[in-house]
Design a protein around this ligand. Structure first.
Ligand SMILES: Cc1cc2nc3c(=O)[nH]c(=O)nc-3n(C[C@H](O)[C@H](O)[C@H](O)COP(=O)(O)O)c2cc1C
Length: 195
């Protein structure tokens, strides 16, 4: 069975991002996938300390709740990061999580080892992003970061599937945006059923 992992990058409970992530996971579940959700703000983990231990061992020297995230990233077949934009990039919780996947970058590029995937299906990644403003470049920096994040965790980014929503700010406002929750559900279905 395909396992779809949703990672919530927003610290706001039941905010716009979480509403869309829940819709996507509902779509994935209804399409027959097993689903899991990780709320990064509910975990206690540090950023990367650049100690370089992973360059030698492939393991992270810091013992904290990132172990939960590592385990989930290795078990999942499909990884959906959902996040708001803070200061034109990812919120600190999501960026810290990505920085801590440097151990997988080290595995791949320094130690020449395969990602320790535990699933049996193809690994794909997608993204749901929301922001309050409407600028053309609102998601550009984040999309570039995700390209390298998904490469480190051995996931093929389904770039055309990214759901990018501009002009949403107030908590829960996304519910009133016609067609957007439905688009999130369709994204989840696609992630669950993609060969
Ligand atoms: C610290 C902070 C920084 C933000 N920076 C941006 C920004 O650079 N661009 C933008 O469009 N919206 C920005 N926003 C607005 C959020 O992206 C917006 O409120 C979004 O709907 C929040 O999603 P959530 O409800 O899932 O947390 C910022 C919000 C906060 C709290």
């Amino acid at each position: 069975m395909v396992m779809v992992l949703g990672i919530l990058g927003s610290p706001r409970e039941q905010g716009n991002t979480e509403i869309l992530l829940d819709e996507a996971l509902r779509g994935a579940g209804e399409a027959g996938a097993a689903t899991g959700k990780l709320k990064l703000a509910g975990l206690d983990f540090a950023g990367c300390s650049e100690c370089e231990e992973c360059y030698v061992t492939g393991q992270c020297s810091i013992e904290d709740d990132m172990d939960i995230v590592y385990d989930a990233l290795e078990r999942a077949d499909r990884i959906l990061l959902a996040s708001p934009i803070f200061f034109m990039g990812l919120p600190s919780q999501a960026k810290a999580m990505i920085d801590r996947t440097q151990r997988y970058w080290a595995l791949k590029y320094l130690l020449k080892e395969d990602f320790p995937a535990q699933g049996t299906s193809a690994r794909y990644g997608s993204f749901i992003g929301v922001g309050a403003t409407r600028g053309k470049q609102l998601f550009d920096g984040t999309i570039l970061t995700l390209k390298y994040f998904f490469d480190a965790i051995a996931v093929k980014p389904l770039r055309d599937s990214y759901l990018l929503v501009r002009g949403v700010d107030e908590k829960g406002e996304i519910r009133q945006r016609e067609g957007i929750p439905q688009s999130a559900a369709r994204l989840g279905t696609m992630l669950a059923t993609r060969d």
